[in-house]
Design a protein around this ligand. Structure first.
Ligand SMILES: Cc1cc2nc3c(=O)[nH]c(=O)nc-3n(C[C@H](O)[C@H](O)[C@H](O)COP(=O)(O)OP(=O)(O)OC[C@H]3O[C@@H](n4cnc5c(N)ncnc54)[C@H](O)[C@@H]3O)c2cc1C
Ligand SMILES: *[C@@H]1O[C@H](CO)[C@@H](O)[C@H](O)[C@H]1NC(C)=O
Ligand SMILES: *[C@@H]1O[C@H](CO)[C@@H](O)[C@H](O)[C@H]1NC(C)=O
Ligand SMILES: *[C@@H]1O[C@H](CO)[C@@H](O)[C@H](O)[C@H]1NC(C)=O
Ligand SMILES: *[C@@H]1O[C@H](CO)[C@@H](O)[C@H](O)[C@H]1NC(C)=O
Ligand SMILES: *[C@@H]1O[C@H](CO)[C@@H](O)[C@H](O)[C@H]1NC(C)=O
Ligand SMILES: *[C@@H]1O[C@H](CO)[C@@H](O)[C@H](O)[C@H]1NC(C)=O
Ligand SMILES: *[C@@H]1O[C@H](CO)[C@@H](O)[C@H](O)[C@H]1NC(C)=O
Length: 532
């Protein structure tokens, strides 16, 4: 071997060794996973490594996709998190917060993943997903008055367990879709078909356990009443990670009565316009035990109206009320179906009575994933018949959009706007949800459905709240304002729509509990102007 080749060999050996062993800076992933190992659960039974997925892990994409409920935000170009921590112990949450802060990573907290605009798993900067699905215990007190539920439980799991343990004597007022996570759903208000009787979920929440920006575990008495106020309707993800909620169970009758009356064109000679006009007169004023959701959609170039009802009582009493207050609908006895409250959960999913066991509400993974867009509005005064006719016309021109009109009134009007962070109370007749679902990927279908939704939303502006045009936080809509630089001014744009005058108090709470703005995302509560 001559001198030249020996030298070359040495150089080659150096080139091979140096870049990998000495020069390569650690990746964010490595730094994050290494940082996590410093924090160990006291019991050592759940090593955090076993619950952490980086992009190298073969299950990374499956874990990420498992709780994606809007396919618009899961494709090849969507920014993926540096890691997903599927916390199984509160120390995993503490470690994730500490390491996120240390490495300047943003946090996205996900419970059921139903956020309409993907705020629980989407970011434009380096981030970590804290996935709560492993934290799903439900502890019901023996007297059946309260329960502690962890953030990762679904509504279906709560409903099923509460009905089972109480022998069908108790329920809980919350959302209609059983897949919703307690973590996100409750902190945004939690709205469902017992709302006129019992208010929102947050009106029945009496304590919470959280992990704050300093990684401390706190409950209602140690977190401060102002933070506990903010968590009820203000969106917890701006303030902390919610570990568990203490909920107050409510009595439900042995039998409830449900119905779904659909009309296309007219019913027994009464036009859809007249039916909807009458619904507006009574829906927020009838007996608090009765909730009638009106859904308007296009069906073969005609407007279809469906009146879906839930009555906390028997069919005889329901018919009495309907005949007195809404005779135009002409509902008859065979259309009123009596069942257990727990069975009504399936009815509201459009599962025909007696065709599936109630345990289907425990399914966590939906049958199919879809692309979707949602928006919301509030209505305070009845829309005239000519107004209704023009709304129907717009709907027919935008046939991929459906509107659900959800009546307020009852208990909702009795609770002051400042009682919780959720402000849409007395004076609201009903809330509108605009929805568009589509099933094919690609920009064309998305653009079509999004623009239709915009057109219907624009056309509704004469009939809904103004200054601000109010919106429901749980019906997340990033189009009403987005914070890119986390400024107070940016936050105020969407903040007053979601929270009205409660926005300023939310800013104060935020400034007290998270002055460095660790818990931030595209629609979080900003810290106060003077603290920036
Ligand atoms: C099919 C469907 C039906 C729906 N029906 C209803 C309904 O009937 N009534 C109603 O009110 N709403 C309804 N919604 C809206 C739903 O309430 C919200 O999307 C709600 O935020 C879902 O909670 P989640 O935990 O499943 O969502 P996620 O996407 O996990 O979270 C939503 C938000 O809460 C934050 N968050 C989640 N967990 C925590 C936690 N542990 N600590 C702090 N922050 C957390 C997230 O970061 C995110 O900002 C529905 C949504 C869908 C997709
Ligand atoms: C954690 O993961 C390691 C490696 O896969 C495995 O050997 C160990 O049993 C796991 N520990 C627990 C408590 O699951
Ligand atoms: C892919 O996802 C991003 C969000 O991350 C979205 O903006 C984009 O429109 C999606 N692309 C398609 C083709 O759906
Ligand atoms: C509760 O669940 C148990 C176990 O599945 C079952 O045997 C029991 O009948 C259920 N009780 C009620 C009231 O649904
Ligand atoms: C839609 O209407 C057309 C024309 O009236 C009719 O031929 C067709 O059968 C209808 N389709 C459905 C699904 O009702
Ligand atoms: C009740 O309404 C249903 C559906 O509209 C109808 O099929 C049925 O004949 C009606 N029954 C009576 C007794 O009027
Ligand atoms: C919109 O609705 C029409 C009629 O139902 C349907 O044919 C079409 O495929 C829908 N568009 C999208 C993008 O889903
Ligand atoms: C955010 O801040 C940067 C730097 O201050 C500025 O250049 C940018 O325009 C701001 N973006 C928005 C949306 O305000």
């Amino acid at each position: 071997m001559n001198a030249l080749t020996t030298q070359t060999l040495i150089v080659i050996v150096f080139l091979l060794i140096i870049p990998t062993s000495l020069a390569a800076p650690p990746t964010l992933e490595d730094s994050f996973t290494q940082c996590l190992t410093i924090f160990k659960p006291s019991d050592q039974e759940s090593p955090i490594q076993n619950f952490t997925y980086t992009q190298q892990n073969p299950n990374f994409l499956t874990i990420l996709n498992n709780y994606v409920r809007n396919l618009r935000y899961f494709n090849g170009t969507t920014r993926k998190p540096v890691a997903i921590v599927t916390a199984a112990h509160f120390t995993h949450i503490q470690a994730t917060i500490n390491c996120g802060k240390k490495l300047g990573l943003q946090l996205r907290i996900r419970s059921g993943g139903h956020d309409y605009d993907g705020m629980s798993y989407l970011s434009t900067v380096d981030f970590v997903v804290l996935d709560m699905f492993n934290l799903r215990s439900i502890e019901i007190d023996p007297k059946l008055e309260t329960a502690w539920v962890q953030s990762g439980v679904t509504l279906g799991e709560i409903y099923y367990e509460v009905a089972n343990k109480s022998n069908n004597l108790r329920g809980f007022p919350a959302g209609i879709c059983p897949g919703l996570g307690a973590g996100g759903h409750f902190s945004g208000g939690g709205y469902g078909n017992m709302m006129r009787k019992y208010g929102l979920s947050i009106d029945n929440i009496i304590d919470a356990k959280i992990v704050d920006a300093n990684a401390r575990v706190l409950d209602r008495s140690s977190m401060g009443e102002d933070l506990f106020w903010a968590l009820r309707g203000g969106g917890a993800a701006s303030f902390c990670v919610v570990l568990a909620w203490k909920i107050k169970l409510v009595p439900v009758p042995e039998k409830v009565t449900v119905f779904n009356v659909e009309t296309v064109g007219n019913r027994g000679g009464v036009t859809t316009t007249d039916l909807v006009a009458k619904w507006q007169e009574i829906a927020d004023k009838v007996d608090n035990d009765l909730f009638i959701r009106l859904t308007l959609s296009s069906s073969n170039k005609t407007v279809k109206a469906s009146f879906m009802g839930m009555f906390l009582g028997d069919s005889e009493k329901l018919l009495e009320i309907m005949n007195a207050k809404f005779p135009e609908l002409g509902i008859n006895k065979t259309e009123c179906i009596e069942m257990k409250w727990i069975e009504s959960v399936l009815f509201w999913l459009s599962i025909p009575p007696n065709t599936a066991p109630t345990s289907v509400m425990l399914n966590r993974i939906p049958q199919k994933q879809i692309f979707l867009k949602r928006k919301s509005d509030y209505v305070q005064k009845p829309i005239s018949k000519p107004g209704l006719e023009s709304i129907f016309k717009i709907l027919l021109e935008n046939e991929n959009v459906t509107m659900a009109w959800n009546p307020y009134g009852g208990r909702m009007s009795e609770i002051p706007e400042t009682e919780t962070a959720f402000p849409h109370r007395a004076g609201k007749m009903f809330k509108i949800q605009y929805s568009s679902n589509w099933f094919v990927p690609g920009e064309a279908a998305a653009r079509d459905c999004l623009s239709q939704t915009e057109r219907v939303f624009d056309a509704m502006s004469p009939y809904v709240t103004k200054n601000p045009r109010e919106a429901f936080l749980n019906y997340r809509d990033v189009d009403i304002g987005k914070s890119l630089n986390s400024t107070y001014e940016e936050g105020k744009v969407y903040g007053v729509k979601y929270f009205k005058d409660n926005f300023e108090k939310l800013v104060q709470v935020k400034t007290r509990v998270d002055p460095d703005n660790f818990f931030r995302y595209e629609q979080s509560i900003p810290v106060h102007i003077s603290r920036r």
